[in-house]
Ligand binder design. Structure first.
Ligand code: PGA
Length: 270
């Protein structure tokens, strides 16, 4: 099947806020209320993008309820999920529990999970499959550390993570996937990869998805960049051909800043 320009245009930009281990349920409520005001401000029309929030598990329920009660144009997701569906897994949260709360997404393979919790590519793959079992869309995080970038092996490394992460997915699943390229050296450091670095990697990821599936699938997959994204650099990143969104950590904790990222279209084209 050939790829129509419309298929490509249908990649609704995704602006995702990863609150990490911040914002208890009271603080999260406050942030969401501020965000609702900033986002609906005419200055920051965000109607053409999808905005997703990833609060900590303890804050997810209140965020989800507020979104629903106030009819906010926002969706939410889990920062992680178990590869198992339920049972004796103390401390873990299953896809089923997230789906039950009305989550749409689940982050899988965030570099902090890989580094701090020792998640392997196999675990990440199992988590991606668990997400699909519960009708959640996995946001598969991939990206290289500084040593790998300096050695010039960043594309090879990231594509290996990609292939392992999506191993065994069928075309229908792969077409709905979201992949977040997050160079580890740019996360929370203030170091941002240049827009052209984001484009280089997102282009390589899309080409790899074409090779593994076909252009019809690869043209539908949304590719995000993450790593020190702010309102001041979001537009330049978002204007790259293969970049369909951003995964924002620190800057998502500031309502005005995050709303300005979601309203990147109103910022001067670089
Ligand atoms: P950062 O985090 O925006 O604070 O760099 C991004 C992420 O880890 O998803």
């Amino acid at each position: 099947m050939s790829t129509s320009p419309n298929t490509i245009l249908d990649r609704t930009p995704l602006i995702a806020g990863n609150w990490k281990m911040n914002m208890d349920h009271v603080q999260g409520t406050g942030l969401l209320q501020q965000l609702a005001v900033c986002l609906t401000d005419a200055e920051h029309d965000y109607g053409s993008v999808e905005v997703a929030l990833f609060p900590p598990f303890t804050t997810l329920s209140v965020v989800r309820s507020l979104i629903q009660d106030d009819g906010l144009n926002l969706v939410c997701g889990g920062q992680d999920l178990s590869q198992f569906d339920g049972g004796a897994y103390t401390g873990d949260i299953s896809g089923q529990l997230l789906a039950r709360l009305g989550c749409k997404y689940a982050l899988v393979g965030h570099s902090e999970r890989r580094t701090i919790h020792g998640e392997t590519d196999e675990t990440v793959n199992a988590k991606a499959k668990a997400a699909y079992r519960h009708s959640l869309t996995p946001v598969l995080c991939v990206g290289e550390g500084l040593d790998i970038r300096q050695a010039g092996r960043h594309v090879q490394h990231t594509l290996t993570q990609l292939r392992s992460g999506i191993e065994g997915l069928n075309s229908d699943q792969a077409a709905t996937l979201v992949v977040a390229y997050e160079p580890v050296w740019a996360i929370g450091t203030g170091e941002v990869a240049g827009p052209e670095d984001a484009q280089e990697m997102c282009h390589a990821i899309r080409a790899e998805l074409t090779r593994l599936f076909d252009t019809d699938v690869s043209a539908q997959v949304r590719l995000l960049y993450g790593g020190s994204v702010k309102a001041s650099n979001a537009a330049a990143i978002m204007h790259q051909t293969d970049v369909d969104g951003v995964l924002v950590g620190g800057a998502s904790l500031d309502a005005t800043e995050f709303a300005n990222i979601a309203g990147y279209e109103r910022q001067a084209t670089p």
